[in-house]
Design a protein. Sequence first.
Length: 233
Amino acid sequence: MESHQLKTLTVGEIVANDFRTSSAFKKVGIDFCCGGKQSFSDACDEKGIDATQLENEILKVSEEPLNEFMNFKNWDPVFLSDYIVNTHHKFVVKNLPELVFYTQKIANVHGDHHPELLEIARLFGKINTELLQHLKNEEEVLFPAIKEAVSTNSSKAKETIKTEIDRMLGEHEFAGGAMDEINRISKGYKVPEDGCNTYKVTFNMLEQFEDDLHTHVHLENNILYPKALVLAN
């Protein structure tokens, strides 16, 4: 990737071209998944970031040989959808019930002195409800439609892809926005001095969950969905 290319690409396109660049965006708080349609320049301006410095970091990362396993953009949509289910959907299903339990537990114990925990528990409860249905719709409706469109060129499957993706994007916005709010009110998952071990474990799990969600949504919004829409048109 060269310097002049960065200025013509969106944040999502940069990360889709080389996922390793996501670490540079994460470090400065630029959203590369739900906010991936924003241009590189606009994203830097919005955050008040030195675009040249960030550009240099991204170019440095891109100079190293790319492991083909991380070259998600070259994967076919069927393989990519299976990977998302086996990696990210499984992670979400495993962690959601534990996080619902722990966020509620620390809210009950520490909520009087840290009322933000009550809001975190409420928000994560909504994430739990929305994401479980979202994953079910992807696995039972959207991803089978992608496979059907690839194998038979079915017009019905193509219509399903278009309508489902439109809805899925809105659901991603909700989940990403709710996690952003949890990050904000927890001050970046900073545990206060009176926080117990469960408090620390919960915030660590929330941070890991957010990291996984960013990758998960990026793979869908910026790679899988665009590939599927090409199939559908």
